[in-house]
Design a protein around this ligand. Structure first.
Ligand SMILES: Cc1ncc(COP(=O)(O)O)c(C=O)c1O
Length: 381
């Protein structure tokens, strides 16, 4: 049940909902939803007319699909068109659709330390994944050499990785794309944190030569980088024949996605605006990563964080588990995500991730650093 387990325990223990004013939502994965320093404005309304009250198209409105394709063409030189894009109500529904239609014989490979909901999805879909070592032993930085060999394999990978923030980029990402572009291989590359990478945003689409010849699925979302989790817009970029599957699925299982939300996000993707957003998000969160990293290390956290995302990933000081730390934090309206929930083998509090924690600085303004660290310190002493 992942993060919701923590939210419910937090509510039971503190009487508040994490994210409410006065709480310290360090467990949660949402970004700031107001304007960032040097960033563009976020529109306060969206105009809709009678056409917008009609059913949406199953695979997304043409204007949004065009805007997404144009975005990847402009920033990554991607060789794709609007026919390679399907729109979903957020990143998770996109991920669910990809996994739900996987053929039975395809084996799933996933890093040992990954985004919490992947575990639940794989369980519910009856998939037993092959784990790729990602632990303190390799500093949570597995390489292609650690991946399973053999055909009929689909890799699931968040990049930048949630929870570790490790980014696969440059030649490593190109090699990963080449490997999983081969016949018999497939990959779901989840780029929810595309904008949050130092020194610059990163996408596998920069390296995909001919997407129609592959079973690569690049998942994006307006949730984090565009700062609108409430709009519920995500997308998949894939071969046209796979996009057609999603269109059929939408027509019998989803009914498309809110036209108002699609209009809103189409505006956010206006080329000059999105260029500004990428710069502002990168600058603000790269600085926050640096500042919180130094602060957490001063408190004794042993950090393994990479250079992406808006999380720090590390070992809780003092030999206590992340759950024990949370019990103390809940009393002060705060909480972190225990590492055991990112363990794709779910070995529990006594397992290798029991003392690991994910600290989110996604929802935090720049001025709360000192008070955040003081509060955390008071629960470690
Ligand atoms: C790795 C990763 N993928 C995808 C998502 C998609 O989120 P949503 O379904 O809210 O768009 C998230 C959000 O937490 C995430 O962390």
């Amino acid at each position: 049940m992942g993060i919701y387990e923590i939210l419910f325990r937090f509510a039971a223990s503190s009487g508040a909902y994490m994210g409410d004013p006065g709480t310290h939502p360090w467990a949660q994965g949402f970004p700031l939803t107001d304007r960032l320093p040097e960033g563009p404005d976020l529109p306060g309304s969206v105009a809709i007319d009678a056409t917008d009250r009609m059913y949406p198209k199953a695979d997304g409105q043409p204007a949004l699909r065009e805007a997404i394709a144009a975005y990847y063409q402009r920033f990554y030189g991607a060789r794709i068109g609007a026919d390679n894009v399907a729109v979903f109500a957020g990143g998770r529904p996109a991920i669910f659709a990809i996994l739900a239609f996987l053929r039975d014989e395809v084996r799933v490979a996933i890093e040992e330390t990954e985004y919490t909901p992947y575990y639940d999805l794989l369980q519910i879909l009856g998939r037993e994944p092959k784990l790729i070592a990602s632990n303190a032993g390799n500093r949570f930085r597995p390489g292609l050499a650690d991946h399973p060999r053999g055909d009929q394999t689909l890799l699931i990978k968040s990049n930048p990785c949630n929870p570790t923030g490790v980014v696969t980029q440059g030649e490593d990402l190109a090699a990963l794309v080449r490997h999983y572009s081969q016949p018999g291989k497939a990959a779901l590359i989840d780029e929810a944190y595309e904008f949050f990478a130092d020194p610059e945003p990163v996408s596998a689409l920069a390296h995909i030569e001919a997407i129609d010849d592959t079973d690569l699925f690049v998942v994006g979302a307006a949730t984090k980088g565009l700062q609108v989790p409430g709009m519920r817009i995500g997308w998949v970029v894939a071969a046209q024949r796979n996009i057609e599957l999603f269109r059929n699925y939408s027509s019998f299982g989803m009914g498309g996605v809110s036209r108002a939300s699609q209009r809103y996000v189409t505006e956010l993707l206006e080329p000059d605006r999105v260029a500004l957003a990428r710069r502002a998000v990168g600058k603000f969160y790269n600085e926050q990563r640096q500042r919180y990293g130094e602060g957490l290390e001063r408190l004794g956290f042993e950090l393994y964080s990479g250079t992406g995302g808006f999380y720090h990933w590390g070992r809780v000081p003092g030999g206590i588990t992340a759950d024990a730390l949370n019990e103390r934090l809940f009393q002060k309206q705060a909480g972190i995500l225990p590492g055991r929930l990112c363990d794709m083998a779910r070995r529990g509090e006594a397992g290798p991730m029991g003392c690991m924690a994910r600290f989110s600085f996604g929802p935090l303004h720049a001025d709360s650093l000192e008070s955040d660290l003081a509060l955390l310190k008071s629960c470690l002493d």
